[in-house]
Write a protein of this length. Structure first.
Length: 574
């Protein structure tokens, strides 16, 4: 079978009629609202469970229509109909969510003994209800929750749409041709220093030009985050909001960030080794992702898919079949096209629906790695489809486990097949580990400062100056960082869309490095443990799930193990 780079098939989630679908959701919501009178502290667990299952069925229908309009927008943000439909559905579903709020608020209002009784007898729904219980201190009155949801449509959600629309329309003229943002990312990794510099300048130019607008968008996102979550809901601080959503102890995240900062010097050593290896007089920020050798090969999409599938099959035929299901279902959008959102993602439309993957494939090895990464996410979704609609998706830090593990399997396989390329592959892997651990932890450290600075009335330029100073410290005294990188933070969508998201990458990479060490020690015995971990999805807390593989995520020693692996890699190239 040939695998061709193409657009995805959304027919499985496409409503026959959007108007009819919304009316059906409206009708089912009305029926659930009528059952509000059944919600009493004397409710029997069996009746409660039936009601919970009805909510779950409605969630399936809501998820499909919401994801469909989102994916249509992502494939072409210039499509006015797609933009309009996404806005229509977003508004509609917000109103539906508001009408269903009564259930969670009622549950949180129950006496502790009744809450514990219902949780104990709820089977596979227990963790979902445990999260309700944990979030009780941060829950407002029903009408207040409704107001917040309604205002979010014209607030944060609208601001993020503006960010997407604005940045997806940025034009990049490079070497006499118009390029997409994804194409520009390949040029910043060119083998030629002058090309890298010009590519970065071209890539960041529209972000610098629009820094005031992007800064204003960010300022309002940050203010909303603080007003709603800290002032109204009572979270300890802006970062605690994300930690609570991830069901992670603050201590675990604090220790993770602390260990990342402590190990920055490892990469200072690596950058100096790389500078000498490349014969550069000085290492610049423009150069840190430069390949040791020019990547001349264009890897056809068909070959890339086969590389990833073969890699997965060597680890587990079961994982290979799951990845193949996504490909053969035509659920991957891999073509490069104008208006397509930048980056890559894997999106679940429900526990029983094969997930969708978006990337822009340009034929570079990095794209093959991205394909492995996103298919890893898809495998995770498919394995956890045994869970409920409420607990199918793992929390953000654990959601990166399968994706990063798939990348590691790919790089190890290529290393084995082509020993002559070993040095180059190790350098590339260390580039990636810097980008996905130290860089991502740095984004979160910056966000902590930026959120505080904006409350103090600081300007966009003052925030950018702090970002630049932090970046220079992160890269070390021997790496030269041009002033244009002060505005690099405006180029990072996660900082806008999902505050403090990025520590999930550091968490996922360091966890996976440790897991990969266990795999090398245990061989095939490790495979069923890994599959079990993934199949849990979001049905338990990260602390409980990681305990299954003997991990203490609040331990500094544990996180240091990941950096010990990195140090060994650096010694191999010294």
């Amino acid at each position: 079978m040939n695998y061709n780079s193409n657009c995805w098939d959304l027919d499985k989630i496409k409503p026959k009629s959007l108007d009819h679908e919304l009316k059906e959701i409206e009708l089912k919501t009305s029926k659930l609202e009528q059952k509000r009178t059944q919600l009493k502290s004397s409710i029997f667990p069996t009746n409660f469970l039936k009601l919970l299952q009805e909510f779950e069925q409605l969630k399936i229908q809501i998820g499909k229509v919401g994801v469909y309009t989102h994916l249509k927008f992502c494939e072409n943000t210039l499509n006015q109909k797609a933009v309009a439909e996404m806005s229509l559905v977003e508004n509609f579903l917000t109103r539906i969510t508001n009408r269903l709020l009564f259930f969670s608020i009622w549950f949180k209002s129950l006496p502790a003994a009744k809450v514990n009784e219902l949780i104990a007898q709820s089977g596979k729904y227990s963790y979902f209800l445990e999260v309700f219980k944990k979030n009780k201190p941060y829950t407002l009155k029903e009408n207040e929750e409704k107001i917040i949801n309604l205002k979010e449509i014209t607030g944060v959600s609208a601001l993020n749409n503006i960010y997407n629309l604005l940045t997806s329309q940025f034009e990049f003229t490079f070497q006499g041709k118009k390029r997409t943002q994804e194409e520009m990312v390949t040029y910043v990794r060119s083998s030629f220093a002058a090309v890298r510099e010009e590519a970065y300048q071209t890539l960041f130019r529209p972000f610098v030009k629009n820094k005031q607008v992007l800064g204003e968008v960010y300022k309002n996102i940050v203010n909303d985050w603080k007003i709603e979550n800290v002032d109204l809901r009572g979270y300890k601080n802006p970062l605690n909001v994300r930690n609570t959503a991830n069901d992670l102890p603050d201590k675990a995240v604090e220790v993770l960030l602390k260990v990342c900062k402590k190990n920055q010097a490892l990469f200072h050593r690596f950058f100096e080794i790389k500078r000498k290896k490349m014969g550069l007089k000085k290492m610049r920020r423009y150069d840190i992702y430069a390949p040791l050798k020019e990547e001349k090969e264009h890897i056809a999409y068909d070959k890339a898919v086969r590389m990833v599938l073969d890699t997965l099959e060597n680890f587990s035929p079961e994982l290979k079949k799951l990845a193949e299901l996504i490909i053969q279902s035509n659920h991957v959008h891999s073509t490069v096209q104008a208006g397509k959102v930048s980056g890559a993602f894997c999106c679940s439309a429900g526990a029983k629906i094969t997930p969708y993957v978006l990337l822009s494939y340009t034929g570079k090895y990095r794209d093959v790695s991205t394909l492995a990464h996103e298919l890893g996410h898809g495998i995770h979704y498919l394995l956890s489809s045994v869970q409920t609609e409420f607990t199918n998706s793992a929390c953000l830090p654990l959601a990166e486990t399968a994706s990063i593990f798939s990348e590691m399997l790919l790089s190890e396989k290529i290393l084995q097949q082509n020993p002559k390329a070993a040095e180059s592959i190790i350098f590339t892997k260390l580039d990636d580990l810097y980008a996905s651990i130290i860089r991502q932890a740095g984004f979160v450290e910056f966000e902590i400062k930026a959120h505080q600075m904006l409350q103090e009335g600081k300007t966009v330029d003052e925030i950018s100056a702090v970002y630049l100073a932090d970046l220079r410290s992160q890269l070390g005294p021997k790496v030269e960082v041009n002033e244009i990188f002060a505005n690099e933070w405006t180029y990072i969508p996660h900082i806008f869309h999902t505050p403090f998201y990025c520590y999930a990458y550091a968490f996922g990479n360091l966890l996976t490095l440790a897991l990969y060490e266990v795999y090398k020690e245990q061989g095939n015995k490790f495979v069923p443990k890994f599959i079990k971990l993934l199949s849990l999805g979001g049905s338990a807390s990260p602390v409980e799930i990681t305990k299954l593989v003997g991990v203490d995520i609040a331990s500094e020693k544990f996180w240091q193990k990941g950096f010990d692996v990195i140090e060994r890699m650096i010694k191999e190239i010294t």
